[in-house]
Design a protein around this ligand. Structure first.
Ligand SMILES: [Zn+2]
Length: 445
């Protein structure tokens, strides 16, 4: 049994009451939060480790519900294109050229960036091949993550980048069997059809059937991101995108749809009735020129909305801070300044993310008995407010912090970043390996 004690400036719990605790230390036993202790009652000698800081605020680890680890290596190589061209000309050819080495390094670079920026749990879309490599990296790194093979059995945009339905279903079975609930339970399987235009109906439906054998797995796909995509779906199926998903029975509370920028009243009703979750990616929606998702409307209707950075080539960062800030700012000119306040955004990036993935009993807030996924953040940096009041805490996190404010990050009771140093990766080594593998990948294009 390992006992750790963290004595921070304050603890932002993200629990039901949104408690902010002062003069309180957090006790962690092995991988769980085991006690909140008043400062006058602590006995430091009882602990294997005491982390004491007057300056740093303790908050839950961030949760991103839509990322693409396979694409991080392609950052900066696909700017200024709309979605379908971006896929056709750049992203599908690049992903198609991955081998195990390039996929391993892009997974390492992604996990490194997510951890350094305070993201402790993510939902990854995966890529067509070598899914086991990504799982290996999630397990080795210590981060918490959902991933899965990205399913593609038809592809008019880039025909080389697909498999056949039978292969896809076989592969998904064996990967799910090997990796669901692996890494001491940190790793879960996500069934990941890419999007309607790259999957047959059989693949979409049968994957959902297979998923029933893997409790607490999720079904993760893209929907209604750009107008061109929506028009193409309408042309093929004579239905809106979400109406089509509903008609084939893949919408429920374990389905997470990235984007949902363009939806009709009828589709919104389906999302609500099925309790389907939306992963909102505002940077990607802006950068690909896709549009502004009607998030305030979703929230008002009680539809689950959480946040993700999407892929590095359409963002170009994996920072949850960018997403929280932008998700708020883009709605204010439309709906007024009161909409999407900082506390709402903070909860979307923490406890609401956990609920969307059905892991809210384990992570998403700092509470007794939950897993110790948390981070220490400096809210007294040169870019933060000068007030020490609890009133400004959420504003300081959402509107004026960046990943640079994150100092130390713990997942499952283990420090993975400490005092801005990664304890997982040698930064210089992975950056230079990344450059090398990118050149190798170009030679395979
Ligand atoms: Zn995506």
């Amino acid at each position: 049994m390992v006992k750790k004690l963290i004595i921070p400036k304050r603890i932002v719990c993200a629990d039901k009451q949104n408690r902010i605790l002062k003069s309180t230390a957090l006790e962690i036993t092995d991988n769980k939060v085991s006690s909140f202790i008043s400062l006058d009652k602590i006995q430091k000698e009882k602990y294997d480790e005491v982390y004491e800081t007057q300056d740093l605020t303790l908050i839950p680890g961030f949760i991103q519900t839509h990322v693409h680890l396979s694409q991080t290596l392609f950052r900066g190589l696909a700017d200024d294109l709309p979605l379908l061209e971006w896929l056709r000309l750049k992203i599908f050819p690049f992903e198609n050229a991955h081998d195990e080495n390039s996929l391993r390094i892009t997974a390492q670079l992604s996990i490194n960036e997510l951890l350094m920026g305070g993201t402790t749990t993510f939902l990854d879309m995966g890529t067509l091949r070598y899914g086991e490599v990504v799982f290996g990296e999630i397990i080795n790194s210590g981060i918490r993550g959902f991933s899965g093979k990205c399913l593609i059995d038809e592809n008019d945009l880039f025909p080389d980048f697909k498999s056949n339905t039978k292969n896809e279903l076989n592969n998904v079975q064996s990967l799910a069997k090997s990796f669901h609930n692996s890494g001491e339970g940190r790793v879960k399987y996500s069934f990941s059809p890419r999007f309607v235009l790259s999957c047959t109906e059989a693949l979409l439906k049968e994957t959902k059937e297979i998923m029933k054998d893997y409790s607490r797995s999720v079904y993760h796909t893209h929907s209604s991101e750009s107008i061109d995509e929506v028009n193409e779906v309408r042309k093929r199926f004579h239905k809106e995108n979400i109406e089509y998903f509903n008609s084939i029975g893949v919408l429920d509370d374990h389905t997470i749809l990235a984007h949902c920028v363009h939806t009709s009243d009828n589709e919104r009703k389906m999302l609500k009735d099925r309790n389907t979750r939306i992963a909102h990616c505002p940077s990607a929606n802006m950068k690909l020129g896709s549009g502004i998702a009607p998030i305030p409307q979703y929230l008002k209707e009680g539809i689950s909305v959480t946040l993700g950075a999407d892929g590095a080539p359409c963002n170009n960062n994996l920072s949850i801070f960018n997403e929280m800030r932008l998700a708020s700012l883009i709605q204010k000119p439309i709906h007024g300044t009161e909409i999407m306040d900082a506390k709402t955004l903070f909860r979307m990036a923490t406890i609401e993310g956990a609920k969307a993935l059905h892991i809210q009993n384990e992570v998403g807030s700092i509470e007794m008995g939950k897993k110790a996924d948390l981070l220490l953040i400096d809210l007294d940096s040169y870019s933060n407010s000068y007030s020490d009041s609890d009133e400004t805490v959420y504003s300081d996190i959402v509107f004026s912090s960046t990943t640079e404010n994150v100092k130390s990050v713990m997942v499952d009771g283990k420090w993975l970043v400490k005092d801005r140093q990664s304890l997982v990766y040698d930064q210089r080594e992975i950056f230079s390996k990344g450059k090398e593998e990118l050149q190798n990948l170009f030679s395979r294009l």
